[in-house]
Design a protein around this ligand. Structure first.
Ligand SMILES: [Ca+2]
Ligand SMILES: [Ca+2]
Ligand SMILES: [Ca+2]
Length: 342
């Protein structure tokens, strides 16, 4: 799994034209290898005949890329040779994760309505990348702990934070429950805590191949919890600072981020027909530092233009699709959407 190794080539496969002596005679093939060796100055040895009749020629394990190219060119220039190619290495393709809930994760493995993630795992699992999850913070979870790096709690209002203080280094999710209807304004309902940040982090980077829980999409990456949402949501001033800090920018009164994020995930939003400048400034700074900012389009079945930071510039706005590949009935839509995913 992960990025395939790149091993040096030590052998080439030479196919002679059918009428050539080397096509049928090992002695002729051997002397042709000796001839090409003299021509290129490389040590070449005819090793054996392949099932299809091609000759396998060994260059030895000290051959450089350049040596291989010269030898292949020499064979190619010979009118008796039909083709020559390097004897390349092949590797086992991605193994199906053994996580107990993986069979339910059609959004990952299905190729039509899903993301066909196993094919991407052959190329990368995200190792070397930190993804900041700017959200409700972290609820300790054994299927996430090993992939988690230190984050920060940006909620500056103690009563919203529920941890007895303002900003601090512990991004623990203290819960965003509401005891009563109307607690967070007209129309708000009593609810249990969402533990949303932990859910999002698991989708991104759950520990995978541990015979437990789910598989993460980029399970080789590290997740950084940056807490901005508490009781009744969060403020754009805290969220903007969190974007700056997560991407390695400096925020007054907050120690520097030791592991700045290459990707910031913002599965959050509020109603606004314009992108607040506090958001756009923070986003532009993050992008300038090389960080990609990914924002949810929103789940209100409405045009994304009315939701922020989904309507900001310099972000990748992501809508939701169903198992059949249609827009999810609840997903926002519109020209601000860049990509969609199940
Ligand atoms: Ca706090
Ligand atoms: Ca805290
Ligand atoms: Ca797992």
């Amino acid at each position: 799994m992960g990025t395939l190794p790149s091993a040096p080539v030590e052998k080439v496969i030479v196919t002679y034209k059918s009428q050539a002596a080397e096509a049928g005679s090992n002695t002729a093939a051997k002397s042709d290898a000796a001839e090409k060796a003299a021509k290129t100055g490389e040590k070449l040895a005819f090793e054996r005949r392949l099932a299809g009749g091609a000759a396998l020629v060994d260059l030895g394990d000290s051959a450089t890329k350049q040596d291989v190219t010269e030898v292949m060119d020499a064979f190619r220039a010979d009118p008796a040779v039909a083709s020559v190619e390097p004897d390349i290495r092949a590797y086992a393709m991605a193994v199906t994760p053994n996580d107990t809930e993986y069979a339910k994760q059609w959004d990952l493995f299905e190729a039509t309505g899903g993301m066909n993630v196993p094919a991407a795992w052959d190329k990368t699992t995200g190792s070397g990348v930190t993804v900041a999850v700017i959200d409700t913070g972290y609820a300790a979870h054994s299927d996430l702990a090993a992939n988690t790096v230190a984050g920060y709690d940006f909620i500056s209002t103690s009563s919203d934070a529920r941890d007895g203080n303002g900003r601090d280094a512990d991004a623990k999710d203290e819960g965003d429950w509401n005891a009563t209807d109307g607690e967070c304004g007209t129309g708000s309902r009593a609810s249990n805590s969402s533990w949303h940040g932990t859910h999002v982090a698991g989708t991104i980077g759950a520990v995978t191949h541990n015979t437990k829980g789910i598989a993460g999409i980029a399970y080789g990456a590290k997740v950084q919890h940056v807490r901005v949402l508490g009781k009744c949501g969060g403020s754009s001033s805290d969220i903007a600072d969190a974007i700056t800090w997560a991407s390695g920018g400096s925020v007054p009164g907050v120690p520097a981020n030791a592991t700045p994020a290459k990707v910031i995930n913002l599965s959050l939003g509020g109603a606004s027909s314009t992108c607040p400048s506090v958001y756009q400034t923070a986003i532009n700074g993050a992008v300038q530092r090389g960080t990609t900012v990914v924002v949810a389009a929103g789940n209100s079945n409405a045009n994304t233009s009315g939701f922020t930071p989904a309507n900001c510039s310099n972000v990748i706005t992501v809508a939701s699709t169903s198992r059949e590949g249609n827009r999810s009935y609840y997903s926002n839509y519109g020209t601000a959407v860049d990509v969609s995913a199940p």
